[in-house]
Design a protein around this ligand. Structure first.
Ligand SMILES: *Cc1c(COP(=O)(O)O)cnc(C)c1O
Length: 394
């Protein structure tokens, strides 16, 4: 199956975004590039490499598997796993020099049943506090106090202490300020406990861009490195989206008024219309919530009509366009653009919900790249784009 649907990704944009962000942070603040979820759908190794080139100090991932993939791909930067792993997985993490998130004394109790010591090695951890997101982390002073004796052990290296904000992207900052105050109190308590802690950090993209004073020792940048930012408040630096999504018109037809388009007869034109079929569907990650969104063909907007099916969607075209015409779902054609902000508003979700949903069926074309990350249509794209190398099996 050789489908003409692909994502174009420019790692140079990712590197530029990180450099721009670093440029606005107070001097000395470290930069963690968050490359979880396959680099927010852009490719984890490619995103990690762009981050390294831009001078990132740290990488962040959600899960142990993601960190192991990076190490297997030759990534050498320090990696923080942002959720706790199981104590029985610690040996794997130690062997790959990974940094762990810890949230409570119970975890250490379990750990010590397995590892009285780490054979001369040190386990590097960041302690996570829940200051109001209600997701993971210790919540009370008493829970912190219970952690202290475990953290004081000479084979535990407390590399960091952090929290995460619930509302950093919202216009109203009251709740963020409340979380920041709570974190400041916990920081004070942690300093009084005598544990040497290297990095305090609390800001993801939105907080780091809006409130550089919250940068502390390190910021954790995900969304913004890929060029994502809510339209309001506007970002203080220029961010370039690194990904665009394209397909081609597969069939074009004249549909008479009153005929139906798509499953469940969900669309019925009330005038004669030109309808184009595009080989992109929800199994590619273009969810049914994209019904009604626009795409670009010949530099003009065309609306997705009817229900999006697994493998195809239909567009109402401005005219009798030609099969083979390029369709742009995300990105530019001429002076027109479908932005992430527009699509995010359409689905009422964040931009990263769109890119992380793209599945393996969508080939990734990298600007200046030697390879294409798609399991089955490499040969096709090599021919199409004269890409020289084969794919990495992953
Ligand atoms: C995903 C994540 C980030 C990155 O957040 P962005 O808003 O995408 O920058 C930072 N910190 C934690 C704990 C995360 O889970």
């Amino acid at each position: 199956m050789l489908r003409e649907t692909w994502a174009e990704i420019d790692p140079g944009c990712i590197a530029d975004n990180l450099r721009a962000i670093r440029g606005m942070l107070p001097a000395g603040v470290k930069l963690m590039a968050v490359v979880k979820a396959n680099g927010y759908g852009h490719g984890d190794l490619e995103a990690a490499e762009a981050a390294r080139q831009a001078g990132a100090d740290y990488l962040g991932v959600a899960f142990l598997e993601e960190a192991l993939r990076l190490r297997a791909g030759g990534v050498e930067l320090p990696i923080l796993i942002l959720t706790p792993i199981r104590p029985d997985q610690v040996e794997l993490a130690l062997a790959r020099d990974l940094t762990l998130t810890v949230t409570g004394a119970d975890w250490f109790r379990e750990l010590r049943k397995r590892h009285a010591s780490f054979a001369g090695r040190k386990l590097r951890v960041h302690v996570k506090a829940d200051t109001g997101l209600g997701r993971i982390g210790f919540r009370t002073m008493a829970e912190w106090d219970a952690l202290v004796p475990w953290l004081a052990s000479p084979d535990i290296d407390v590399d960091g202490f952090y929290t995460h904000f619930a509302t950093a992207g919202q216009v109203d900052t009251a709740y963020l300020e409340r979380q920041a105050r709570r974190f400041a109190k916990l920081m004070e308590r942690s300093k009084a406990s005598g544990i040497a802690i290297r990095h305090y950090h609390c800001a993801g993209s939105a907080a780091a861009l809006r409130f550089p004073g919250l940068a502390l020792d390190m910021v954790r940048i995900g969304a913004a490195m890929y060029g994502f930012h809510p339209a309001r408040p506007a970002p203080p630096v220029e961010l370039k989206p690194a990904l665009s999504l394209h397909s081609t018109l597969m069939q074009v037809k004249r549909v008479r008024r009153g005929e139906y388009i798509g499953y469940d007869n969900a669309y019925r034109p009330d005038a004669d219309e030109w309808i184009g079929t595009v080989p992109l569907g929800y199994a590619d990650g273009w969810s049914q919530r994209m019904q009604g969104a626009a795409a670009l063909v010949r530099g003009q907007r065309a609306q997705v009509v009817g229900k999006i099916s697994m493998d195809q969607l239909m567009l109402r075209l401005p005219g009798p366009f030609t099969p083979g015409d390029r369709v742009t779902l995300i990105g530019r054609q001429g002076g027109e653009r479908i932005s992430f902000a527009e699509l995010a508003a359409h689905i009422d979700g964040p931009a990263q919900a769109i890119t992380t949903a793209l599945t393996e069926r969508v080939a990734k074309m990298y600007a200046n790249a030697k390879e294409v990350r798609c399991p089955w249509n490499n040969a096709y794209f090599q021919q199409l784009r004269r890409v020289s190398d084969g794919s990495r099996a992953d």
